[in-house]
Design a protein around this ligand. Structure first.
Ligand code: ARG
Length: 405
């Protein structure tokens, strides 16, 4: 009996060519695996048939959108995970895909796992490291890293072997999308001076076409997780999809960014994450109200490390588990509602409330009802400034040294 290999199959050119190429090179059976984590336009039954037609033993299809949102996106929201300022989404999807592939490999008795990542990106790292963590016994193959064919040569190979070249190949862009966001690179975008043409965007309208009236949305959170939209309880998948539409219509969530990849390359990438932009802004606003200053400061530091770790493919690591537990603990009082104004590409938090709010009107007000005693301030400031005064008296500052006693 031949060995079996599970191939992450997207239906695109590279993974279609890979079915044929891997079968020949490794003399194995291919089990294609295709998963939906919120890509609306993916026609899974078409992809399934195509894989079998191209020579796969079978194609296993899964919808993991719910699992993706609950186990990957929600923890990312609680942590406000941003990498170099943009919303992580591809980096969150890869470990889940790897986990599902490992499950299929075990069910099918496969000894190898393959994916279509190139040798220049982050995704190869995320797939490989996740697989190593979950199933060190599986051999990992990345054909596009090994075959050394250029884009044109891959198309030639496809034509020679009667592999249909999808029309999307005509598109010069490399796109990755899931329910949490969309990333677009290559083509004209490789010139960092060129403005992204409008056709790269799909989730968001250009600001010029956004409505002339602002729109307000209210997002309800429980323990840092979004649970309602405009007062209506919604599951994560529906909430994100609805907000995607609304915020996308107002042109919110576009990012044009030069980023630092793990493999040392700077790359220019365009992102669209309308729902993610609004949810993270709202979540941060609620944290401002419900966390102490120390908690907020500390959490911000953790967030940077956490985002790097996820970006760098270490989702299945002990440290990631520890950080997630820390973040979950910070969220126990992050419950409440945030009002956001969406207008012409901007999302502005304009209201927030929480039963656990640390904001005290009576302490903050300059009007009637003030309970803050300013006399306390004067004594406090004398103590606060004491070390500064001592040091200045002895050591002075620059030209002022020794002038005053
Ligand atoms: N740069 C992003 C990341 O490393 C997205 C990678 C996939 N992008 C793409 N256009 N295919 O997470």
């Amino acid at each position: 009996m031949k060995d079996k290999m599970v191939l992450a199959y997207s239906g695109g050119l590279d993974t279609s060519v890979a079915i044929k190429w891997l079968k020949e090179k490794y003399k194995c059976e291919i089990i294609a695996f295709t998963v939906n984590i919120g890509t609306e336009k993916k026609d899974l039954s078409f992809i399934e048939k195509k894989a079998v037609k191209l020579g796969a033993l079978k194609c296993v299809v899964a919808d993991a959108t719910e699992e993706f949102v609950n186990d990957y996106v929600f923890p990312a929201i609680q942590a406000n995970l941003l990498y170099e300022g943009y919303n992580l989404h591809t980096a969150l999807g890869r470990p889940l895909m790897a986990k599902l592939m490992v499950e299929v490999a075990r069910q099918e008795g496969a000894t190898m796992i393959a994916h279509g990542c190139t040798g220049k990106g982050n995704d190869q790292v995320r797939f490989d490291v996740s697989t190593i963590a979950l199933a060190p016994e599986l051999k990992i193959i990345a054909p596009a890293r090994d075959w050394g064919m250029t884009r044109e040569e891959t198309i030639e190979y496809a034509k020679k072997h009667n592999i249909p070249v999808p029309i999307t190949v005509a598109s010069p862009y490399s796109i990755d999308e899931n329910i949490w966001g969309r990333a677009i690179e290559c083509g004209v975008l490789e010139d960092p001076w060129k403005e992204p043409p409008e056709d790269v965007f799909q989730f968001t309208k250009p600001v010029a076409e956004a409505p002339d009236e602002p729109e307000y949305v209210q997002i309800g959170f429980e323990k840092g997780i979004p649970v309602s939209l405009n007062g209506k309880k919604l599951g994560g998948v529906r909430l994100i999809k609805q907000l995607h539409e609304t915020a996308g219509k107002h042109g919110i969530g576009r990012v044009d960014h030069i980023e630092n990849r793990l493999v040392g390359i700077k790359s220019r990438e365009i992102y669209e994450a309308p729902a993610g932009t609004v949810i993270i802004a709202a979540h941060q606003a609620l944290e401002e109200m419900t966390l102490s200053k120390d908690q907020l400061r500390y959490k911000q530091k953790v967030t940077i490390d956490y985002a790097d770790l996820v970006y760098n493919g270490l989702w299945f690591s002990g440290l990631r588990r520890d950080l997630a537990a820390y973040v979950a603990s910070t969220q126990q009082f992050v419950t409440g509602t945030v009002r956001v104004k969406l207008f012409k590409g901007n999302c502005m938090v304009v209201g927030r409330k929480s039963p656990y709010s640390l904001y005290s009107f009576n302490l903050a007000t300059y009007d009637k009802g003030d309970t803050f005693d300013p006399k306390d301030s004067a004594s406090f400031i004398r103590l606060w400034g004491l070390p500064v005064k001592t040091q200045a008296q002895v050591q002075g500052f620059g030209g002022l040294k020794g002038k005053k006693k």
